[in-house]
Write a protein that binds this ligand. Sequence first.
Ligand SMILES: [Mg+2]
Length: 254
Amino acid sequence: MIKIHHQHLLKTLPDAVLFDTDNTLYHYDPAHKTAMDAVEQKITDMFSINPEQFRVAFNDARAQVKQRLGETASSHSRLLYFQRMLELIGLGSQVLLALDFEQTYWRTFLNHAKLFDGVIELLDDLRLLGIPTAIVTDLTAQIQFRKIVYFGLEDHFDYIVTSEEAGYDKPHKAPFEIALEKMQPQGNRIWMIGDNPKSDIKGAKEAINAVTFQKLHNGVKMGEGDMAADVVFDEFNHLIKLVNSFNTSEQILA
Ligand SMILES: [Mg+2]
């Protein structure tokens, strides 16, 4: 499925393409759930707390960290969540355990995260067309770089901007503007591909007037109103076809 709501924005190929990562290039929810289960198993084996107590403490810890840090990269830090969770359980900061849970979380997460079909092919097609690409992602550089390497994506795009580097999470304009500063696109027709209606779609529209594409799959709600994307799609194969249709004949989309 691909629905083009604003055909007139797609008369030419883009001058640059920006990609979100989490839940856009792969399905976030199953990887996250399995990773949380692994940490829960570890902590309930180690201490006399039950899964319900773990979840309550973790959710409280996460909410406190987010409340304190606002829309910044470290507000997503699993290390800080686990540290605060251990404190809330009454065990003190327990730095070794916090590090261990963080490692368990991300190791399990990466083992269960699978790139969506067509992502690498789309990136390669864009490269063949001479269109620069960048990843614009929230969270800290360390784990986002690890994800990119794990997915084997490091040679398939030109630049990355994390919210750690930018100082702000999307939808703040800084990450988008830094991406364009790095890419120096030839024109102003920029595509942004992401899953989040507020961060990726509304954010990129307001920051850099991007043509926006929302990736839909289980658990993703289609953006509405000023968070509605110009194009919605559920499989990257549709974007590959779209990109290549310009190549063969611009008339197809005229
Ligand atoms: Mg995302």
